[in-house]
Design a protein around this ligand. Structure first.
Ligand code: ADP
Length: 495
């Protein structure tokens, strides 16, 4: 696995949860899984961090040598066997600062160099360790040069036998940079063509990865379809369509060792679907934490989200005043991101302090408490490749109200009268009115048919969101990548 983020070391969003938990699950099934990532300045070097090489050479364009340190961690692996060995690249200039992709002010200006370096270093690491994996699993644009190195400069080396699987976690971020990245990375000029990295005169790293990886996956079945269409294809829909035979949608799973209300030490009282008293305590504690009136019978809505256009939080901002006029409710919001959206939520809080509470920032413990203390969870995403938070919410008994897009369609089942009732509410148009109507309808079930609300809640809590099924599908994807790569090498030899 090569990834820019992974739990428990560095996290910006769901990618970190997925890489961290899925690697452990795979390792638990007996695979030799190792993870490589940068050692960012703010990663805490606990006692299990071992520096294994101070003079690790990475060769980039023009035979330019960049030296970094290599660190290794074997961390015991919860309830599955063994531990995933994680290798870290310590490079002061590229990774010494805090942050994965950037700061509040925007992306780091040298992200092209930083992540080209990570890709090259990951390959040199295999050579250094004399450990040639069957598959390198790449994640998103930051790792997309790996299939291209393997297809070009490493084609005839011992690394050339490695197959690649590239998972698209979010097509919005593609890694678009100037042409000189090709030279910097030490790739041949011929990769700067429309059939590889070139796109409208620039380098598009994700595009190159999509064209050169042996197999492609994305994080839900529905998103796999959506990205082949112009509306959600972010300009890459035609190449994704071209590669549709190699593109598989596999739903993300959730890590029950971290996200389980029955064992969660961040909660004032643990609970489960069969023993829900603790959830009432969690709601009360959440209201008290946010200085909201303690009212058990008022529906409490939770939001946990990065604050960007993708997440559709402007739809929520638009309907809050009319919602508050129409029904009694409380909303707690935790998130950060675009300053303009943050500010609007803060203004909303000032206008309705008895009803709306906002925490701008990153706080894992609080997030667990939001899922546990909320009756409903709001997720009006414009697009959502998979989404983990709606699954966490359901697991913790917060009924989701979500827009019908991407993985939200694959995980949330619309309430319908009569068994099995569903587990949440979906609305179609990315429009304030549609969101408003869904919330009004959901609260009418809460107020007037509480038994049915309880049934929805129980269905969500009982739903199996574990990695079991998805891990099998990834194993199949790896096998088919290995087979396809071998076939390609045999054909090349014959030619
Ligand atoms: P995305 O990856 O698009 O942000 P996901 O739903 O896949 O969306 O994953 C988001 C992850 O980030 C979840 O683990 C969620 O709990 C976490 N998260 C989001 N915002 C915050 C925050 N402000 N503080 C702590 N965790 C957060």
């Amino acid at each position: 696995m090569v990834s820019p983020e992974a739990v428990p070391y560095a996290k910006v969003g769901g990618l970190a949860d997925v890489v961290g938990s899925f690697s452990r699950v795979l390792k638990g099934s007996g695979h030799d899984v190792r993870l490589a990532m940068p050692l960012y300045g703010n990663i805490e070097r606990k006692v299990d961090f071992k520096q294994i090489e101070t003079n690790f050479s990475v060769f980039l364009g023009g035979h330019r040598e960049e030296v970094c340190s290599l660190w290794e961690v074997h961390r015991p692996n919860g309830n599955v066997n063994g531990s995933v060995t994680t290798y870290f690249f310590e490079h002061e200039k590229y990774f010494g600062r805090n942050g994965v992709y950037g700061t509040q002010e925007g992306s780091f200006k040298d992200n092209d160099k930083r992540f080209a370096f990570m890709c090259r270093a990951a390959l040199d690491l295999c050579r250094y360790l004399k450990w040639i994996p069957d598959v390198i699993h790449c994640h998103d644009w930051t790792t997309s040069l790996i299939p291209i190195y393997l297809d070009t400069v490493e084609r005839k080396s011992e690394l050339g036998q490695i197959a690649t699987v590239l998972t698209v976690h979010n097509l919005e971020h593609q890694g678009v940079f100037e042409r000189n990245l090709v030279t910097f990375a030490g790739l041949p000029d011929e990769v700067f063509t429309p059939n590889c990295l070139e796109s409208m005169g620039s380098v598009n790293m994700l595009k190159g990865g999509i064209l050169k990886a042996t197999k492609l996956t994305t994080v839900s079945l529905n998103y796999a379809e959506e990205i082949q269409r112009p509306e959600l294809g972010a300009g890459l829909n035609s190449i994704l369509k071209r590669r549709c035979a190699d593109l598989i949608g596999i739903l993300n799973g959730i890590d029950d060792t971290i996200w389980n209300p029955a064992t969660d030490i961040s909660l004032p009282q643990m609970f489960s679907v069969d023993k829900l008293e603790g959830k009432k305590v969690c709601k009360q504690q959440l209201q008290s934490h946010f200085n909201l009136p303690i009212m058990p019978s008022i529906p409490l809505f939770g939001v946990v989200s990065r604050m960007y256009y993708q997440k559709g939080l402007d739809l929520l901002l638009e309907i809050i005043p009319s919602l508050l006029e129409r029904i009694p409710l409380q909303i707690v919001i935790v998130g950060n991101g675009e300053p303009a959206i943050e500010k609007k939520f803060q203004e909303m809080e000032k206008a309705f302090p008895q009803k709306i509470r906002v925490f701008i920032g990153y706080n894992e413990e609080l997030v667990h408490q939001i899922f546990a203390g909320s009756d409903f969870f709001l997720m009006p995403s414009r697009f959502e490749p998979c989404g983990l938070t709606q699954m966490y919410a359901m697991h913790y008994g917060a009924v989701p109200i979500v827009r019908a897009t991407g993985g939200l369609v694959d995980t949330v089942e619309q309430y319908k009268e009569g068994p099995p009732w569903g587990n949440g509410f979906l609305f179609q148009a990315p429009a304030p009115q549609a969101f408003y109507d869904a919330i009004i309808f959901a609260t009418s079930i809460f107020f007037n048919r509480f038994d049915e609300y309880k049934q929805l809640q129980a269905n969500g809590m009982r739903k199996d969101f574990s990695w079991k099924k998805s891990a099998n599908r990834y194993e199949e994807a790896y096998q088919s990548a290995i087979k396809a790569h071998k076939k390609m090498l045999t054909n090349l030899r014959k030619a």
